[in-house]
Write a protein that binds this ligand. Structure first.
Ligand SMILES: NC(=O)c1ccc[n+]([C@@H]2O[C@H](COP(=O)([O-])OP(=O)(O)OC[C@H]3O[C@@H](n4cnc5c(N)ncnc54)[C@H](O)[C@@H]3O)[C@@H](O)[C@H]2O)c1
Length: 383
């Protein structure tokens, strides 16, 4: 059987979870792991019975793999991703594909050889709830979009989480907070389902709930080219938090909350009814459907399997890496808007945002008090 030889670069919490799951992928062999922390690299190599490397450069030169999965902190997604693509490797990169839009552009530009598969770990695209919502929007069943609201404030994180890695929640190490670490999934789904807004105004709480220098609470207002509006609220400091996605269109309203997907369908489009009804307080008739959706999809494993299938069989990707620029652009635009105190028109000026980020890094006086090694917590709790 033809197999893909995969190496995982960055085998901390997420990378090691991927390494463990590789045994379930029939047509792939985990041939190497790589981590700049030699102890981590050695331990993981022993555990998984593969070669261990301390630098991506040495790994790429060794040719023990023809594909890499990058699960390092965010800035290295760009540098290692470019090196790997230039070395002729297929690449699966963790979210976010880069820390800022200018880096996304550099990374995507390095994918010149289109025979190489370049995918991103947007595992939530495999969730049948979101797939169904996308289908209802794409098919036109919901009609023209008028409003979207996503309250996704159940990304609660403790101080111990932020202390578990020196790179976490710093401008220099991570490039952002909740928008860049937890929310890339939601921002990706939002643009996947509703497209990109034309402008963003956001308010970010910087270290509002934790001793960190980046944003841990965000309220954003979005305007779409057709006049539809959106609101995104997120936080890592709210418990129990909410995860409610509501999308309204001419033909009704879709709501996903507590795993329950409902579609309230208007019998007549709202605009048409508004214009044609002769009654003062009438409203369109509504049929309420609860849409039965089972499970949460194959998640990370499905994305890795799809990556392997794309390499061996040219199967279309669930999440091409090039699409990862949109969630980064949204995250950057929200932070930028908050910092300048004004709406930001999209496409975002990538150079302006990079300058802002560089200034934040330069002027940072923040020092992380405790940097502990991550405990053996089950990382699956974080998804
Ligand atoms: N898709 C998901 O559901 C999901 C969940 C959690 C984390 N992630 C992503 O996975 C990535 C890693 O997050 P984590 O929580 O595992 O972090 P982590 O700190 O636990 O692990 C990162 C590892 O990368 C290593 N590393 C750092 N720089 C490196 C380099 N240049 N070369 C090789 N190794 C290097 C570190 O030593 C560490 O072992 C991030 O991009 C994060 O956003 C994704």
């Amino acid at each position: 059987m033809k197999k893909v030889r995969i190496a995982i670069i960055g085998v901390g919490g997420m990378g090691n979870t991927h390494a463990r799951s590789m045994a379930e992928i029939e047509r792939a062999d985990l041939t190497a792991v790589c981590d700049i922390d030699p102890r981590t690299a050695d331990t993981r190599a022993r555990e998984h019975g593969c070669k261990g490397f301390y630098s991506a450069k040495d790994l790429l030169a060794s040719r023990v793999a023809n594909a890499v999965l990058i699960a390092t902190p965010h800035y290295a997604h760009t540098t290692i991703g470019i090196q790997a693509l230039k070395a002729g490797m297929h690449v699966l990169v963790e979210k976010p594909i880069s820390a800022h839009k200018a880096d996304c552009k550099r990374l995507i530009a390095a994918h010149a050889n289109k025979r190489l598969v370049f995918a991103a770990m947007f595992n939530q695209r495999t969730d049948p709830h979101y797939k169904k919502i996308k289908q209802l929007v794409d098919s036109g069943e919901l009609g023209e979009l008028t409003r979207v609201s996503w309250i996704i404030s159940d990304w609660f994180r403790t101080e111990a989480y932020y202390a578990s890695g020196g790179w976490r929640a710093t401008w220099k190490g991570e490039g952002g907070g909740v928008l860049l670490n937890q929310c890339p999934h939601n921002l990706d789904l939002l643009q996947w389902i509703c497209g990109m807004p034309g402008s963003v105004r956001a308010f970010c709480g910087i270290g509002k709930h934790h001793a960190i220098e980046v944003e841990d609470e965000v309220t954003a207002y979005l305007e779409y080219p057709n006049g539809a509006t959106g609101v995104l609220v997120t936080s890592t400091g709210e418990a129990p938090g909410t995860n409610r996605l509501e999308i309204c269109g001419e033909m009704g309203k879709i709501v996903l909350e507590h795993g329950k997907l409902t579609f309230d369908r208007n019998e007549i489009g709202q605009k048409e009814f508004c214009k044609t009804s002769t009654e003062r307080f009438a409203r369109p008739g509504v049929h309420s459907d609860t849409i039965s959706v089972e499970g949460t999809g194959g998640q990370h494993l499905e994305i890795i399997r799809n990556f392997v299938d794309a390499i061996l069989d040219r199967t279309p990707l669930i999440a091409p890496a090039a699409e990862g620029i949109h969630s980064v652009e949204l995250a950057n635009a929200m932070l930028y808007s908050s910092m300048i105190g004004a709406p930001v028109r999209l496409p975002l000026n990538a150079a302006n945002f990079r300058r802002l980020l560089q200034r934040l890094i330069r002027e940072s006086t923040f020092e992380k008090k405790t940097v502990r090694k991550a405990s053996a917590d089950d990382i699956a709790k974080s998804f």
